[in-house]
Design a protein around this ligand. Structure first.
Ligand code: ADP
Ligand code: MG
Length: 678
């Protein structure tokens, strides 16, 4: 039997069980082995009954007096007595009528569960029981707890995994022996077995280290190989025209920040090479990425190459087109900018297609419409992807394919990812960070609010609206589900438009609306056609409404710090003082986590804090990165990550032949396909 064999080939797995396993993503034997437990329960301490104390216990005892009956309202109760040489204890199972049948008198059992006082009597309720053996799976050890699904519980998965242990033992090692030695790593076979059925907490930790190492090693190796492959590609060199760059900078209405200067300088160096650029420009909201991107495009345009700038929404694409047009018009390149979005009228669209094909338009700004088969590029030299994490790999690849060669690529992201994560995720990218903000920005006042201050707060806000300012209200949900506790866009819209601000013009926006409708609302808001926009986080991305000065977040405790920080970046874009109100859904005191938002506006700091307090999930949530399905490694374990990264580099430096390690090769090539950002 091999790892790629179907799960159905395993003893005891029929079609029905296979279907349930598929829900958990388990389709092959290998999947089952790699379906590592989510957590563990330590049942390893065996207690004699005279020493029993409330809490988690394991007994080695015989079971007698098993008796099942129906109590009130169809509740089924099975009772029994566990006895060892020192005493006896009461066992109770609820709604498990089958329990009575399976237990044999006069046989010793392991019994594990929680011993607690219930209705005046101590008992073990719903304990796991299993005949004494030298390899128990549900009791008397550290037991694995898996992700479960309807009709598939952990104990069933344990049984299946146990079936595979003979297969695991025959499996080849994935990593080179020299690496195992060098890093003092547990061999794969032991690690896989220890992950499921740990012999001790120490061994489990070693197994986790080994498998976590392997994950990061694979991910980094994939990134490094992608990077290596890219160095072999030949692209179009775009020479640096200093006069043009200087002219552009001189005509800007502001001075570039040092960070912007550094970034554009690196980009110009990249563009000059025939090896395609593959760079990530990371900068907090408002750090000024657009002008950097524009300068990159300018150089390409000057060489008669086309640039495609792809943004995730129409609103954003239109805003970019406006801004970039103005910037380029200072130096006489405005006429070469074109907008291509889905909602263009057919005539306008086909005209734009023509202009793109003929090369008349050299900077094409658009949405997914850019990838449409109807778009024929003339000479695509540079691709700029804004909010790159919002696009799938396929979409980026399709755009790239339109070049007919490997174009230069600049990815932009406003998600401040802690450096440790950025390096793991984007190992193949060169990274430029805009870590200084343009000067003269007014600090946004951030305040956590409790519901009993709402009336007073609304009065204050209304003064701002009266003065002509606008407000975003962001809600965590779209619809009233009955459980939404007044936090949905629908409910808040009702309350705000009919009660709280009934004299104001209120609009509603959420992701389930058609994109034409979304754009209409957004445009109207931008043109001051509304005072208040009640929305979900769809407005999170890059939208620029300078007159909006209030960001009001409902149910603030439900959002991640990084996410609120992004939302907050929607205001503070004009000379007016801006505010961010974080409304809690109850009057409990706010978490230390949210307090951080009151104290800092540094997105990188907040992301770092999110990572520590909420784990990588909080960061993934804002990133939507497919490859980051790390099962064992923790991104907070910077030491492990650094070690694994170095090892991957060493593997490459040694000129190791990946083909010698078929399993590794297979994993790495799959990861290469997912992580390849170019
Ligand atoms: P983001 O990085 O979020 O895309 P933008 O490029 O939209 O940021 O820039 C935010 C605002 O800051 C824009 O109005 C832009 O004109 C302005 N800006 C950019 N760079 C500077 C600078 N060096 N000095 C002053 N204002 C700047
Ligand atoms: Mg932007």
């Amino acid at each position: 039997m091999t790892l790629s064999d179907k799960i159905n080939d395993l003893k005891g797995v029929g079609d029905e069980l296979a279907k349930k396993l598929a829900v958990l993503g388990v389709k092959t034997i290998g999947d089952l082995i790699e379906n590592y437990p989510r957590r563990y329960q330590d049942y390893s301490n065996i207690t004699s009954i005279d020493k029993i104390r409330p809490g988690i216990v394991t007994l080695e005892a015989k079971i007698s007096g098993v008796n099942g009956r129906y109590a009130r309202r169809g509740l089924h109760i099975t009772e029994a007595l566990a006895s060892d040489s020192t005493g006896s204890a009461r066992l109770v199972w609820f709604n498990q009528p089958y329990r009575a049948g399976g237990i044999k008198a006069d046989q010793p059992y392991y019994i594990s569960g929680e011993y607690a006082l219930r209705r005046g009597r101590f008992s073990l309720s719903n304990p796991s029981v299993e005949l004494v053996s030298n390899f128990p799976v549900n009791t008397a050890r550290i037991i694995p707890i898996y992700r479960e699904t309807k009709g598939l519980k952990s104990f069933q998965i344990r049984k299946l995994v146990r079936e595979t242990s003979a297969i695991v033992q025959k499996m080849p090692e994935h990593l080179p022996q020299w690496l195992l030695k060098e890093q003092r790593l547990m061999d794969f076979q032991t690690a896989a077995l220890e992950m499921h059925f740990p012999s001790s907490a120490e061994e489990l930790e070693k197994a986790q280290r080994r498998l976590g190492f392997e994950e990061v090693f694979q991910l980094t190796l994939a990134a490094l190989l992608n990077k290596q492959e890219l160095t072999r590609e030949k692209g179009l060199a775009i020479p640096f025209n200093q006069k043009l760059a200087k002219n552009f900078v001189a005509k800007l209405p502001f001075q570039l920040t040092d960070a912007q200067r550094k970034a554009i300088w690196r980009i110009y160096q990249d563009l000059e090479k025939t090896q395609p650029m593959n760079r990530l420009l990371e900068g907090d909201v408002g750090s000024g990425k657009t002008v950097v991107a524009t300068m990159a495009a300018l150089m390409a345009m000057e060489q008669d190459y086309q640039t495609a700038l792809m943004a995730p929404t129409e609103i954003l694409a239109r805003q970019h087109a406006d801004t970039v047009y103005k910037l380029l018009d200072f130096v006489g390149f405005g006429g070469q900018v074109g907008l291509l979005v889905g909602s263009l009228k057919p005539k306008a669209k086909s005209l734009m297609h023509q202009k793109i094909k003929s090369g008349e338009v050299r900077l094409i700004i658009g949405t997914h419409a850019l990838i449409s088969e109807k778009v024929d590029m003339h000479k695509l030299g540079l691709i700029i992807v804004d909010e790159q994490h919002r696009f799938g790999v396929d979409q980026r690849k399709k755009l790239q394919a339109k070049a007919g060669h490997m174009p230069h690529v600049l990815h932009m992201s406003a998600t401040p990812i802690p450096r440790s994560i950025a390096l793991t995720l984007y190992g193949e990218l060169d990274i430029s960070i805009l870590d200084t903000m343009p000067p003269g920005r007014k600090e946004i006042q951030t305040k956590i609010c409790s519901p009993n201050s709402r009336t007073q707060l609304n009065k204050e806000i209304d003064k701002q609206l009266e003065a002509g300012r606008q407000m975003f209200i962001v809600c965590p949900l779209i619809s009233d589900t009955g459980l939404s506790q007044g936090l949905s866009v629908e409910e808040v819209f009702e309350r705000v438009s009919k009660k709280d601000f009934k004299n104001r013009r209120v609009a509603l926006l959420h992701g389930k609306m058609k994109s034409v409708d979304k754009d209409k609302v957004m445009q109207a808001f931008l043109n001051r056609g509304y005072d208040i926009l009640v929305s979900t986080t769809v407005i999170e991305v890059g939208v620029d409404v300078p007159n909006a000065t209030i960001m009001f977040v409902e149910g603030a405790e439900r959002f991640g710090l990084a996410q609120i920080h992004q939302l907050r970046g929607r205001v503070g874009r004009s000379a007016h003082q801006s505010y961010c109100f974080l409304m809690l859904s109850d009057s409990k005191s706010p978490s230390q986590r949210l307090r951080a938002l009151e104290n800092t506006t540094d997105g990188f700091k907040l992301a770092e804090l999110d990572l520590q307090l909420r784990g990588p999930g909080a960061i993934y949530g804002t990133m939507q990165h497919g490859a980051l399905d790390l099962r064992v490694a923790k991104l907070t374990d910077t030491k492990l990550i650094a070690t694994a990264r170095n090892a991957a580099q060493e593997f490459i430096d040694k000129n190791e032949n990946l083909k010698k390690y078929p399993h590794l090769a297979e994993k790495v090539s799959a990861l290469q396909a997912i992580t390849n950002l170019n």
